[in-house]
Design a protein. Structure first.
Length: 214
């Protein structure tokens, strides 16, 4: 996995959720068991930054605290925390390096992203696509990644389109893109409640009418 893609995968979980409160407010919420606050607090200690209404401000880096808060949120089935916890194990940040432990948490993250993606959450659809594209918690599958980006494109067109363009730039073939289109239709058919009816019809019509030239 290339460094830019790793950065995209790890930061999307925070960026797509918007700005958060100050460090002290995060701490207070995290201490009473708020999983989202625990995740954001872990991310702040890991990255050395915190995003709030005032913009991006400095936060002291502390791998041990980052690991602790990621784990607390991950234990509450927060998929982004599980993703980051896996990264901590892979990189050996604040903990002994352990690829098997990293993979375990990534598999849990994939399950969480998939569940939310099927309920129509575009952020998690993008995250699931990124996991497929980078082989984290699941085998690398560019076709599945592209298909989930297709679904997410109806909600977040710029993000999903850029990720699709990146796959094409990396060498994804027209045949693979066509196959991804078929998989997209299958995903929608199997999950009819994932999109509003008019959106589902729009997407199915789009892939039926627009064939990728071989």
């Amino acid at each position: 996995m290339t460094k830019p893609t790793l950065i995209a995968l790890l930061t999307l979980c925070v960026w797509l959720c918007g700005c958060g409160p100050s460090l002290s407010r995060l701490q207070a919420k995290a201490e009473v068991g708020d999983a989202e606050a625990q995740f954001r607090l872990g991310w702040s200690y890991d990255s050395g930054s915190i995003f709030n209404s005032s913009g991006r401000t400095h936060c002291p880096k502390d791998p041990a605290k980052a690991l602790m808060w990621f784990r607390k949120a991950a234990d509450q089935d927060h998929p982004c925390a599980q993703l980051h916890l896996g990264y901590m194990y892979e990189a050996g940040k604040g903990v002994r390096q352990d690829d098997k432990e990293a993979e375990k948490w990534w598999r849990m993250a994939v399950a969480g992203f998939r569940k939310a993606a099927k309920r129509g959450n575009p952020q998690k659809q993008i995250n699931l696509g990124l996991m497929h594209a980078n082989g984290r918690g699941v085998e690398t599958n560019l076709i599945a990644a592209y298909a989930w980006y297709n679904v997410a494109e109806l909600y977040r067109s710029n993000d999903a389109k850029q990720l699709k363009d990146a796959l094409v730039a990396e060498g994804m073939t027209p045949d693979q893109i066509n196959e991804a289109g078929e998989l997209t239709k299958e995903i929608i058919r199997k999950n009819p409640d994932m999109l509003r009816p008019e959106k589902a019809k729009q997407l199915l019509k789009q892939f039926k009418a627009k064939e990728v030239k071989k």
